[in-house]
Design a protein around this ligand. Structure first.
Ligand code: ADP
Ligand code: MG
Length: 701
């Protein structure tokens, strides 16, 4: 390793204690090595020199070679003034202007000497001018290490205030390269460099900070991005391999009576090929001696529930209990009802445990669970309470896990010595490569096929001003016997405004759809669980025509006769949320509709979201757009954001490099799993160092 990179940053010439403190606080730069990996956000092209007569009002940053022929101070009110220099080249003249530090600048400027002026150009009363230009003597400019592509470093307001400008950082970087003699340990094995035509580490670091050309900059970026992603993949894959070897699971050796009986006699429909494939994948895992950690992805309505049931039957046939945890009471109840119905001929003991389960019922459940008489327990967070002790939990299924924190997941299986198999089900469609790098230690199964006979949902965008027409449409649908959801944003349950909108909306809907011809339900987070359930039940049973609700119905609710989803203030929802909401309809045989209501004022992002929704029903396509709009951190919900603190790569933009890195990491570990070959020595050292430092991945074991 380069020991010098461990040197505290204040020792770098030109930094010192107070700037060192600023760098630590503002940019988390503690040592030389941290500065070295402070990578530029962007580059300004300084290969081009403009002539004054080429300037245009819209120019951003330009550089011009010229001379100052005249200096004057123009007084404004109360001693405030500006310093104006007349700057000329052979094609014309313009003004350089300073509002601050005029005295010092005035003294340091040389007249009639060639300068390079760099900055933003504006035009003012037919005269071009540049405020607070970066000025450099042409002589010095020619010699400076600064290259044609000038890096722009991440910065903060505080840093700029304290005079640590981009140029200062650039100078520190130059000093760093001087003191370290620009010799850095090569971190990738030689054959990899050769095979992928990667430039050496030294050249990459040099060109990322002082690019000699566009071409070398691109090579430097590629090499450093690859390296970053490669090491992450090494960690993820190693971790997965270790888990498979070390973490014992309960082998479910047989496929037994319950599974077979159900599969042969009680399946309510033929499984799709995707469902069959996924069940096979899971069965393979469960039969092995290692713990299963699998993510089951499937778009809304793809039929994950039946897969869950079949897995739980496998557990039962092997003498184990299983549980299914859902994020809300409504969902847990729905799972309970649905699964009980499916399994009614099987004579197995299924119970529901939620926050509103009565104490007496709770006691019965706890006891039966500990004795092993209870086979399947379905519930909410209530399953995580200490009192809930399984006799032998063999399989834990978590529905819609993006609602659960990582810690909560692990809480479930700390209760046993040998952890249960874990199946996480999610309808949040994450592009596969991204999923692999975020949940790298989970295996992934995808249900990529919807059950047959589904008609694609028709989605339209309507302005509030067209509400009358929309209401007419709803009445026609109700006349055909269909049911309708109308959803209001209540993103934060405590927000009074949202709540008021919802209640106002409910009132006006009740007026426009009056009794006795129509009946309207309402469900929101401030209602008691029992009331909510009662309303849901009435709607599900077809007793009400319209369900006015907040996003509590977002996940999983299943009422096949509901064929229209109206989303109010649709511009306030994120894409994946819109997609989830839409997934509540289109579950029956009838044509379904989704109507996105908004006002006329829409941001660009909102427009893209609405257009995307109208254009496609494909969850993965929607996820791609969402990723582009929001970045990967958000898509997982706040729990996972920041998990990947990448320095240079971007999981979305650099997906191809990610794939390459993953491919190469797998190849290398196949050949040399412990990285013990001589040519992998440095690799191994860096790997160990990294694993020690950021053990961000162990959120599953
Ligand atoms: P999700 O993946 O969103 O949880 P569900 O498991 O709730 O989806 O299934 C959605 C609907 O599709 C349910 O009504 C279910 O009975 C039905 N379904 C699931 N699989 C099939 C299939 N293979 N053929 C027909 N209908 C199916
Ligand atoms: Mg579901």
């Amino acid at each position: 390793m380069n020991d010098i990179l461990q040197t505290p940053i204040e020792y770098l010439k030109g930094v010192g204690p107070s700037r060192g403190e600023m760098l630590r606080k503002e940019l988390n730069i503690h040592r030389y090595g941290d500065l070295l990996t402070l990578f530029p956000n962007r580059y300004i092209d300084r290969t081009r020199y403009y002539k004054i007569n080429e300037l245009q009002a819209g120019n951003t940053e330009v550089q011009i070679i010229g001379k100052i022929i005249h200096l004057k101070t123009i007084e404004q009110s109360k001693g405030r003034g500006r310093l104006v220099a007349t700057f000329v080249d052979e094609t014309g003249e313009m003004e350089l202007v300073w509002f601050q530090g005029q005295k010092w600048i005035r003294e340091s400027l040389k007249l009639n000497t060639p300068y390079v002026a760099f900055g933003k150009v504006t035009s003012f009363s037919s005269q071009f001018n540049m405020a607070h230009p970066e000025l450099e003597l042409l002589e010095e400019h020619k010699q400076s290490l600064r290259s044609a592509m000038q890096p722009v470093y991440p910065s903060t307001e505080k840093l700029t205030q304290k005079g640590i400008s981009n140029r200062t950082i650039n100078k520190m970087m130059q000093q760093l390269f001087v003191e370290t003699q620009a010799r850095f340990t090569e971190s990738l094995p030689p054959n990899l460099l050769e095979e992928l035509k990667l430039i050496p580490k030294n050249a990459a670091l040099f060109n990322i900070h002082f690019p000699k050309s566009q071409e070398l900059l691109a090579k430097a970026q590629f090499r450093l991005k690859f390296e970053e992603l490669f090491f992450i993949q090494l960690q993820l894959i190693t971790k997965n391999l270790i888990r498979k070897h070390k973490i014992k699971g309960h082998p479910f050796e047989k496929v037994g009576e319950h599974f077979n009986t159900f599969y042969q006699h009680h399946l309510p429909f033929e499984l799709t090929n995707a469902q069959k494939r996924v069940i096979k994948e899971i069965r393979n895992d469960l039969g092995s001696k290692a713990q299963m950690n699998r993510l089951l992805q499937g778009d809304v309505g793809s039929g994950k529930t039946i897969v869950a049931l079949l897995c739980m039957l496998m557990a039962l046939d092997n003498g184990f209990q299983s549980c299914l945890m859902a994020p809300t009471e409504i969902l847990a109840t729905q799972h309970f009802n649905g699964l009980s119905e499916l399994a009614k001929e099987l004579n197995i003991n299924i119970k529901l445990l939620t926050g509103s389960t009565k104490t007496s019922e709770r006691k019965i459940i706890h006891e039966a669970l500990e004795k092993g008489e209870l086979h399947i327990l379905i519930g909410t967070h209530a399953l995580l309470e200490d009192k809930v002790q399984f006799h032998n939990l063999g399989l834990a299924i978590i529905d819609e896990q993006h609602r659960f924190g990582v810690e909560q997941r692990s809480k479930l299986w700390k209760k046993n010595d040998i952890p249960p198999h874990v199946l996480v089900m999610t309808a949040t469609p994450i592009p596969r490569t991204l999923a692999m790098s975020m949940y790298g230690d989970l295996d992934i199964s995808v249900i990529d096929e919807l059950p047959p006979g589904r008609k694609p949902i028709q989605t339209v965008h309507r302005y509030d001003s067209n509400r009358l027409k929309v209401w007419k449409f709803l009445k026609d649908e109700i006349a055909k016997g269909r049911q309708i959801y109308i959803v209001y944003p209540l993103i934060n349950e405590s927000e009074k405004m949202d709540y008021k909108d919802l209640m106002d909306g409910y009132e006006s809907i009740s007026r426009d759809f009056p009794l006795p011809q129509y009946s309207v339900s309402i469900v929101h987070g401030q209602m008691k669980p029992a009331e909510k359930d009662e309303e849901m039940r009435r709607f599900a049973a077809g007793k009400t025509n319209i369900m006015v609700a907040t996003t509590v119905i977002e996940v999983g609710v299943n009422v096949p006769n509901a064929s229209v989803m109206v989303i109010e203030s649709a511009e306030r929802f994120g894409l994946s949320q819109l997609h989830q909401l839409r997934g509540r309809v289109g579950r029956g045989a009838e044509q379904s509709y989704c109507i996105l209501m908004t006002g006329h004022k829409l941001s660009n992002d909102s427009k893209i979201r609405l257009e995307t929704m109208c254009k496609t029903n494909d969850g993965f396509e929607i996820a791609e757009v969402d990723l582009k709009l929001r970045g990967p951190g958000d898509i997982m919900g706040t729990q996972q954001s920041g998990v990947l603190n990448l320095q240079i790569a971007d999981l979305v933009r650099d997906r191809d490099i990610l794939q390459l890195a993953r491919h190469e990491a797998i190849k290398l570990l196949k050949k040399d799993p412990a990285m013990t070959l001589p040519e992998h020595q440095t690799l191994r050292m860096i790997f160990m160092e990294m694993s020690k430092r950021k053990n961000i991945w162990n959120y599953i074991s």
